[in-house]
Design a protein around this ligand. Structure first.
Ligand SMILES: [Mg+2]
Length: 275
């Protein structure tokens, strides 16, 4: 059964929001953020309740271990080996924060996110603590390049330490200071270390190749770097949020809940049964 709003999308007259053509109900002011937050249910449910998500997390860290062992066995030179990881939805889960939004008429905000970071209640992703401790035991150092802001430093440090992650200190915890672009921080690590692996849930965790403005550019960048996935770049699954979402909105994060709903559905490729 095609949902009513999606059905309407397929037949209704279009209005224009930015450069995206949307159905008239994208104007619907009665459709609220609370309504939109309902769409978080399946992605967060999958991340919290399914055993498959846990299996995928182990799969990512098992692959990381194989790649690290392989890299270390042929590594030459004076530099130490580094593993670069993102934090959120790469080694720790914030699905409890995302799930807190369900049923509420508000979206992510730096205020509530700050409170969540300070609570230090994020949980470790399966396999993450063991792999990173294994890498350190075998001569590597771990750098956490995350876009959590410095205001969240204390809670993040406490959270990672309590979960048993290694190298949780000022030299290795590289939070966002002036820019969300991670390239300068990657280059800083690369000055003194040979980076064996990058781990992330967002393409921007890997390389400047993914500093793209549209989904189309992202697809092209993935094609260009396809040999690096599973070898140099280890990608964790995050269906709840990411840079990709902004591209669905043509980077218009200020769009209304109804417009966002319409833009999401406009990107769905739906089967049209023949009569
Ligand atoms: Mg992340």
């Amino acid at each position: 059964m095609v949902p009513t709003r999606l059905r309407t999308l397929l037949v209704s007259t279009a209005i224009l929001v930015g450069s995206v053509s949307l159905p008239a109900w994208a104007d619907d002011a009665s459709y609220t953020t609370k309504n939109l937050n309902e769409q978080l249910v399946m992605s967060n449910l999958w991340m919290q309740a399914s055993a498959e998500f846990r299996g995928m997390s182990y799969q990512a860290f098992n692959l990381a271990k194989m790649r690290f062992d392989s890299y270390a066995s042929t590594h030459k030179g004076d530099k130490k080996i580094a593993i670069v990881v993102d934090a959120d939805e790469t080694i720790i889960s914030n699905s409890a924060y995302e799930s807190w939004l369900v049923g509420r008429n508000e979206s992510y905000s730096s205020k509530t996110w700050g409170e969540w970071m300070a609570s230090a209640e994020a949980t470790a992703l399966p396999g993450a603590v063991d792999f990173l401790n294994y890498a350190v035991k075998h001569g590597a150092e771990v750098f956490y390049i995350t876009n959590r802001k410095m205001s969240g430093l204390e809670g993040t440090r406490k959270n990672l330490k309590e979960l048993g992650f290694p190298d949780v200190d000022d030299a290795h915890l590289m939070l966002k200071t002036t820019t969300s672009d991670k390239e300068p921080r990657r280059l800083k690590v690369a000055e003194h270390y040979d980076i064996a692996l990058f781990m992330g849930d967002n393409l921007n965790d890997f390389s400047k190749d993914f500093k793209t403005k549209s989904l189309k550019e992202s697809y092209a960048a993935v094609e260009k770097d396809k040999a690096l996935f599973g070898t140099k770049f280890i990608l964790l699954p995050n269906p709840a949020y990411g840079d990709w979402e902004g591209k669905v909105y043509n980077n218009n994060w200020g769009a209304s809940a109804a417009e966002k709903d319409a833009m999401r559905k406009a990107h769905l490729h739906a089967w049209q049964p023949k009569k």
